[in-house]
Design a protein around this ligand. Structure first.
Ligand code: NAP
Length: 291
């Protein structure tokens, strides 16, 4: 009994409990169980969220096994977000555009994949500013940049400038976006940063610069390049107050922690699995206990 209480607060896990979870490799440091289980418990939903460490060799078996065992939903993290698409019955339109899945719903023997990362980022931004018709500068051109870029374009931004250390990767992402969706995307290296930040409305840092344990890293943009009307979103969530956000504060700009995106992508996954909107503040409280 004590064991069950540890997993799921006061509620006993029974044969009726719905199981959702996370597949990734590794998963030991995931904060998602704390966030989802806090919301399930608060809402009195008979669900439990469990992380599963699945090696790449076992991915297909894990998806088929999850279906066989009646698992209701999964989050998908590194390194499975792209390859998992091969094992699903259906892929949501946005996830198809992004080319990656971070949420799976097992429903009536059908397995459907979604991507909630981009929606999560846009919801975080829209707490402080509408994104429609805004100019956006994004630093980085990896997996997170790709998800957020597509969703921003779907949400009607005016323009997107991709700035990356490896300029060819920014060019590749720009070309891929433009072949898939009507958009206004430009790209470059750090040499165009000053000019681009000066004329933009929103700056998003999708690099891991400043992430724990490298919290003293020099931020990718300093306060002297920012302006007071700028919204600065750092996707890093640990620490909560990154050096980039400290620079934003110095410049009088609005800063948004990556924690907001993390929570909102979780909110969107939770909605897919349960058809209910979980309370943001309860999920945030669950996470903050870990930071
Ligand atoms: P990724 O695919 O490996 O891409 C990393 C990007 O950052 C690449 O464009 C890379 O440039 C650039 N980069 C790495 N180190 C750099 C440095 N020292 N200076 C300049 N650029 C650098 O990683 P990802 O999956 O996109 O994740 C990126 C970050 O976003 C991580 O910190 C992750 O925790 C965070 N994230 C947060 C959330 C959230 O919910 N808040 C969700 C997803 C990801 P090159 O191309 O030159 O290598």
């Amino acid at each position: 009994m004590y064991f069950f209480e540890n997993i799921k607060g006061d509620t006993l896990i029974t044969g009726k409990t719905n199981i959702v979870g996370l597949i990734g490799h590794p998963v030991e440091h995931s904060m998602s169980p704390a966030m989802h289980n806090a919301a399930f418990e608060y809402m009195g939903l008979d669900y439990v969220y469990v992380p599963f460490n699945v090696s790449p060799d076992n991915l297909e078996d894990a998806i088929n096994g999850s279906r066989s065992m009646g698992i209701k939903g999964l989050n998908v993290t590194i390194p499975h977000k792209i390859r998992v698409m091969n094992y699903l019955d259906e892929i949501d339109q946005t996830a198809g555009l992004i080319g990656a899945v971070n949420t799976i719903h097992f429903h009536k023997n059908e397995i459907k994949g979604y991507n909630t990362d981009g929606v999560g980022a846009v919801r975080a931004l829209e707490e402080v500013t509408p994104v429609k018709d805004k100019k956006v500068v994004m630093i980085g051109a990896g997996g997170a940049a790709r998800a957020v870029a597509f969703q921003l374009i779907l949400s009607g931004i005016e323009s997107l400038t991709l700035i990356n250390r490896t300029v060819d990767k920014a060019k590749l992402l720009k070309n891929e976006i433009e072949t898939r969706i009507e958009s206004n995307v430009s790209y470059g290296g750090f040499d165009i940063l000053k000019e681009e930040v000066a004329r933009t409305d929103i700056l998003i840092d999708t690099t891991p610069v400043g992430m724990y344990p490298h919290i003293d890293d020099k931020p990718v943009v300093s306060a002297d390049l920012m302006h007071s009307k700028l919204v600065v979103n750092d996707l890093v969530y640990n620490p909560l107050q990154t050096n980039l956000l400290k620079e934003a504060n110095k410049a009088g700009a609005v800063g948004i922690s990556g924690l907001k995106m993390l929570i909102y992508q979780g909110v969107e996954s939770f909605k897919i699995w349960t058809s209910q909107e979980p309370p943001f503040n309860i999920m945030e409280k669950g996470l903050k206990g870990l930071l």
